[in-house]
Design a protein around this ligand. Structure first.
Ligand code: G3I
Length: 331
């Protein structure tokens, strides 16, 4: 049988996969064999665990943590503060008006205490704040209810609350388009200012939703260098390498075109060669899924289109990209 992915990179970084209650069943064998870390794809997000003020729903999150225990895997927590998949009640007062800043931050503290506290023996790292940087334009922060109500303070507060809830957990800022020079510099600016304020932050998550064309290796390298210069550890948190450009809306392919998977293998090899160069600062590489039978990309940005982004195919068999990585690792 083929070598295990997690063993290939054992001396370099953890190898993770995003999972959900369906994939821990349909992909159990593959996950257990090749990965030593998981992230909940949706099940630990605010709306999933805390749909109403007085109601926490941990069933699915607990199932994923139990799966990790069963297989001796690490768990990353995802995510505490986000503009998306966050319950509406959080931002409302009892008359359906907008809540005050003080109440919003107290709700965040209480949520964080409960969720991070619950998993303090299982989750070693949290994406505390997710995607608050604006993709385009001059402004640093993305418009959101968080920002409207609390101003930029909510970011530092979120890290303080998470640190209080579990002083041992590694706390990450996580974002996408992280290798785009403009956004990279904004992320750097935000995190640098958090560090200067003494905020407990330990790492930057590079989501790494990439494709065969973008970003360039030079931009990836420059992003790693810049973030690492802050003295923090880095993790790739949501890696996938689609065969389509983001702008490409074609829907005609029912299987990859000739050459696509070979090209993907070259890109994966080049990426992992680069990541290995930075093994001192990169502590984990998590894919946003495990095999091509299930990926969020098959519904985004085009509905019902296969993207074939992973190292394993729809039947969980190794793809050319996997073979290249095995060779790179000398296995
Ligand atoms: O749970 C409902 C279900 O009840 C309903 O019937 C169904 C109909 O559409 O929707 C289900 O919710 C979906 C949810 O995933 C759970 O499957 C949402 O529509 C769908 O939008 C949601 O997508 C998730 C997305 O985050 C939301 O922004 C993806 O699964 C998840 O992979 C994706 O993950 C994000 C990371 O958290 C942050 N970084 C980007 C990454 C990819 O977008």
């Amino acid at each position: 049988a083929e070598a295990a992915l997690k063993d290939m990179f054992e001396a370099d970084f953890r190898i993770g996969a995003a999972v959900n209650p369906r994939t821990i069943r349909s992909q159990e064998h593959l996950l257990a064999r090749h990965f030593n870390s998981i992230t909940a794809e949706n099940e630990m997000k605010f709306v999933s665990v805390h749909p109403e003020e007085e109601t926490y729903t941990f069933d699915e999150a607990d199932q994923l943590v139990a799966f990790a225990r069963k297989h001796g895997m690490a768990v990353r927590g995802h995510t505490l503060v986000w503009h998306n998949q966050t319950s509406d009640w959080l931002f409302k007062d009892s008359h359906d008006g907008t809540v005050s800043k003080a109440v919003l931050l107290e709700r965040l503290r209480s949520h964080t205490q409960t969720v991070v506290g619950r998993y303090k023996n299982d989750i070693y790292a949290w994406d505390v704040v997710n995607e608050v940087i604006a993709d385009e334009g001059e402004s640093l922060l993305r418009p959101s209810k968080w920002l409207d109500i609390a101003g930029p303070d909510f970011i530092a507060k979120a890290f303080h609350f998470a640190h209080e809830a579990d002083p041992k957990a590694l706390l990450f800022y996580n974002d996408y388009n992280e290798s785009n020079p403009l956004k990279r510099d904004k992320i750097y600016t935000l995190v640098k200012s958090l560090l200067e304020q003494g905020v407990p932050i330990h790492g930057i998550g590079l989501q790494a939703h990439w494709n065969l064309f973008d970003p360039s290796l030079d931009d990836i390298r420059a992003a790693i260098e810049k973030y690492a210069s802050l003295g923090l550890q880095l993790q790739l948190t949501e890696l996938d390498i689609s065969v389509f450009r983001f702008e490409d809306k074609r829907t005609d392919l029912v299987k990859p075109e000739p050459g696509m998977l070979e090209r993907q293998a070259e890109v994966y090899e080049a990426v992992f060669r680069l990541l290995k160069e930075y093994r001192e600062v990169i502590s984990a590489v998590t894919f946003w899924g495990a095999a091509d039978d299930y990926t969020w990309l098959d519904d985004f940005p085009v509905r019902d289109r296969k993207n074939w982004p992973f190292l394993f195919d729809e039947r969980h068999q190794p793809k050319p990209a996997f073979d290249r990585l095995a060779k790179l690792a000398g296995k």
